[in-house]
Design a binder for this molecule. Sequence first.
Ligand code: FBP
Length: 339
Amino acid sequence: MSSIGKSINQFISEQQNKTDSNSDDLSGLIADIASACKKIAHLVNRSAITGIGGASASENVQGEVQKKLDIITNDVMVEQLNHHGHLAAMISEEIEDIIQIPEHLPKGKYLIAFDPLDGSSNIDINISVGTIFSILRCTDASREVRSDDFLQAGTEQICAGFCVYGPTTMMILTMGNGVNGFTLDSEIDEFVLTHPDMTIPEDAAEFAVNISNQRFWETSVQRYIDECIQGVDGDREKNFNMRWVASMVSDVYRILIRGGIFLYPLDTKSANSSGKLRLMYEANPMSFIVEQAGGLSTTGYQRIMDIKPTDLHQRVPVILGSKNEVERIIRYHQEDKLS
Ligand code: FBP
């Protein structure tokens, strides 16, 4: 019997019963995340009416000016997730330090890393934004959680997902057993399964990159993008299309639906540049989802999920999407290294 139309809670508990014996906690945590994302969808949708669009007066740990909604959505996530006893601690793109669970509240066995509002530079121009999250096990919740509890490789993730707040509100989720998409049905205020077993086509003719950074890229990436632009007149003998929404959630969602490749590669734009996107709550969760949908995710030199994190907010180069295109870029990086 098809699961299409099943609520996310129903679907997750059925999935959990098939896999992990201590299923309850994870389904409870996902239910809390879904509630938080519903609240954020509502806030984003009414932001121009309630006047919560625009910039705030503060900067986040990355030195970026925070949007008012960056702060508001961060608070929604923390408030929604800290009191049901599923989590031992959290980290957020918007907060420098670990967000501990208050003493008076029950602690759980999971850790979450999240970006409460991805693509927030697009919020005031009414382009889709999203929330991204990654769930890890906490090895020892009996004491205050430390950074090294979080600094686990992406392969240790037990669940990852993202929500897109666009023409429809979608939740994309993996628990290491394929990727499923749920649409928020505003009639019943519930995420229901609409996109089961999402898979990324191995071949693609569409690339997504901020081309204004081209002069700062490594030769291997320059070569790949040049060839895409040359199309049938070049070595690839086929034409490529280009898309760049500047909201990673939207660019990755498009790749889940019709394939393609997304690049935020290493660039020399800023001195200590090691890429723009953050490993713990952008690159790792998106890599888990893309790999579970049959795609690949790399820095160009290394599988992103094999990286042993060294900092809660570290940045990495990200190249992900259709298998055959990502393999070609990895080859170009290797050839570059040998030349
Ligand atoms: P935040 O909005 O969470 O800081 O995310 C980073 C991001 O907006 C990604 O969603 C997107 O892929 C990229 O930065 C866009 O970068 P640029 O503005 O350089 O095109």
